[in-house]
Design a protein. Structure first.
Length: 403
């Protein structure tokens, strides 16, 4: 693939992440409007928020690893087509069951697509810049989510809540066509793949020597997923209860993604050039400090915005940096599998996050108490990342032994 075509491919892969970020933020932003237009209580949508995550887990485990065996392109294009159909379908939903169905299919499509997009971006990236390029491509998630938050008031005024799903649905269809042409022939992993590992690549993650680095990656991803989906799904709902307007809460939701974009790039730059373990530990401690400041009443509600941006910047930044870190932990021929199965494992945290939020809301928790609860996963994440230096030494040892 020529240099220009590689750059175009990376831009289109980033576009898939933009679509993903916009789409995933669309549902939380639509919920406050659905209470008015369809008479649905926000507390009922915990199952809808979780449905997309169940779908992502299934897609990541069943379809994403097939990219290690059959190539990245089929899974990426297939996922974009399914995302277009399911996201446009969400705009037609009129019941909790219908919303849950379409969101499950959306999750299935994203689960198949995103790990292969991440793996392909690593394979197309120049040596020595893998983490930064991977983070830059996956930063599309934060840009898409930020765009959804910042434009939601205008989109809803012009096209109703349905417009929040029509936009990413049409974009996904365009990406499927463009990627089909730009990727050309089938794109597979760049390393030589052992015959047995290629048949069921997921199983290699649970064999020596890859069990330890994969476990550290998956647990860190899981703990971050709890906060990512707890906060991103429910902040547009809880901030109005703390005195913010619905439009202000939507815009803060968009700014959270912008903070994550900046933090994710900074973290990935440091991962390429400094100590990845300490970068991640410091990030999780920063999240915890910001959430504790709000939860313990150190700052008044009208002053929460910078602390929320700091906490969610860290959460979203870690969500960008951890997949980039996987390229340093795992070999290329297992990268889609590690990302896919890692996302599956992290679905436990991602599903738990929205349900924890639903439980807190239905039991009458105050917004301050809601945010205090999010400090726990951040503290645990810092402890897990203390094992990263040891996990990062496994891949170089294996490569040295083979050489």
């Amino acid at each position: 693939m020529s240099g220009a075509r590689r750059i175009l491919a990376q831009v289109l892969l980033a576009g898939v992440f933009v679509m993903d970020g916009y789409d995933l933020n669309a549902m939380p932003l639509a919920v406050p409007h659905l209470e008015t237009s369809l008479g649905m209580s926000p507390a009922l949508f915990g199952v809808v928020f979780s449905a997309v995550l169940v779908g992502m887990g299934a897609g990541s485990a069943i379809f994403a690893p097939l990219g290690d065996r059959f190539g990245r392109k089929p899974m990426i294009v297939f996922g974009c087509v399914l995302a277009a159909v399911s996201t446009l379908g969400t705009a037609t939903a009129g019941s909790i069951t219908a919303f849950a169905f379409w969101r499950f299919l959306t999750g299935l499509s994203l689960g198949a697509t995103l790990p292969n997009c991440t793996a392909l971006s690593a394979e197309l990236a120049p040596a020595g810049r893998k983490a930064f390029v991977m983070a830059l491509v996956s930063a599309g998630i934060t840009l898409g989510a930020m765009g959804a938050g910042l434009t939601a008031p205008e989109v809803v005024r012009m096209g109703g809540w349905e417009g929040l799903f029509v936009i990413p649905g049409l974009f996904a269809a365009a990406l499927a066509v463009a990627l089909g042409f730009v990727l050309g022939g089938n794109v597979a992993a760049t390393e030589a793949v052992p015959e047995k590992a290629a048949k069921v690549p997921q199983l290699q993650l649970f064999k020596h020597p890859w069990t330890f680095p994969f476990a550290v990656f998956a647990v860190a991803l899981t703990l971050n997923a709890v906060n990512l989906y707890l906060l991103s799904n429910w902040i547009p709902t809880i901030l109005p209860r703390a005195g913010y307007t619905i439009d202000a809460a939507a815009r803060i939701s968009g700014l959270m993604q912008g903070a994550g974009f900046v933090m994710g790039l900074a973290m990935s730059f440091l991962i390429d050039r400094w100590r990845p373990g300490w970068v991640m530990v410091g990030t999780y401690l920063m999240m915890a400090a910001a959430l504790l400041a709000i939860g313990l009443g150190v700052v008044a509600p009208e002053d929460w915005t910078p602390f929320i941006l700091l906490a969610m910047g860290g959460v979203t930044g870690a969500a960008m940096a951890l997949p980039a870190l996987a390229a340093f932990l795992m070999p290329s021929h297992l990268l889609s599998s590690a990302l896919g199965v890692g996302v599956l494992v992290a679905r436990a945290g991602a599903i738990a996050g929205p349900m924890i939020g639903q439980f807190l809301l239905t039991t009458g928790a105050e917004p301050r108490e809601f945010l205090l609860a999010a400090a726990g996963p951040a503290i645990l994440g810092a402890l897990v990342c203390l094992a990263l230096p040891a996990a990062l030494r496994v891949k170089p040892k294996v490569e040295a032994a083979v050489a």
